[in-house]
Write a protein that binds this ligand. Structure first.
Ligand code: DX5
Ligand code: ZN
Length: 214
């Protein structure tokens, strides 16, 4: 299992310290939640702060857009050279075009599905994707409760991926921790995002990251 800590739960007064802590603590990706106050009822960080994160991060960035006007935000963040940029299918009329645009920047394209969106919604996009991000909470905030129906959804998505593009990875985001990591693994998740579990862990960040590597 690959681990992508969400810096949404970091201490923003000590952001560089916390980004270093997850990178030294053994994470695989640094998950960056970009919220615009329109697609979701919360507002987070833009390219000025994310470029500061990119400077101290020794692991690749995984940018999760939760915004309206995806193309504008892709153009804004592409110069920071993240490994992945994911956008929500619920907010995109021309996903093939946007996938190609992300790929033209040399960035791995990914699509995110809200908890209610069926995996079949992206059946005819899978061939063009490097990753699918399944939300296991409604996007907008850290620290929410995991929605168990996503486990069934991972299995259905895995079947589609086997059929259309076995190289495409499945990432799961929201309410992930020690309690559900085994079930996520068995269902077919390749990458998990975790915010409050990692940054709020009493046993420390390295322990928290290690405990998710099943
Ligand atoms: C929610 C974000 C998540 C969030 C996860 O909209 O996409 O990345 O930070 O936080 P936890 O792990 O606390 O649910
Ligand atoms: Zn996220």
């Amino acid at each position: 299992m690959l681990i992508a800590p969400s810096i949404l739960s970091a201490d923003f007064g000590n952001l560089a310290r916390d980004v270093q802590a997850i990178c030294e603590g053994g994470c695989d990706l640094v998950h960056v939640d970009v919220m615009d106050g329109h697609f979701v009822p919360n507002l987070t960080i833009g390219p000025v702060v994310v470029s500061a994160v990119a400077k101290v991060a020794t692991k690749p960035l995984d940018i999760h857009l939760m915004v309206q006007n995806n193309t504008f935000f892709v153009e804004l963040f592409a110069p920071l050279k993240p490994h992945y940029i994911s956008f929500h299918i619920e907010e995109e009329k021309h996903p093939h075009r946007l996938i190609q645009k992300i790929r033209d920047y040399g960035i791995a394209p990914a699509i995110t599905l809200n908890p209610h969106t069926p995996p079949e919604a992206i059946e005819f996009l899978l061939e063009d994707l490097d990753m699918v991000l399944l939300m296991s909470v409604n996007p907008g905030f850290g620290g929410q409760t995991f929605i168990p129906s996503v486990l069934e959804k991972i299995k259905r998505l895995k079947n589609l991926i086997t059929q259309y593009n076995p190289n495409c990875l499945i990432e799961v985001d929201g309410g992930v921790g020690e309690k559900n990591i085994q079930a996520l693994k068995e269902a077919g998740a390749d990458i998990v995002v975790a915010g409050s579990y990692i940054f709020g862990n009493e046993k420390g960040i390295p322990y928290a990251i290690e405990s998710l590597k099943v």
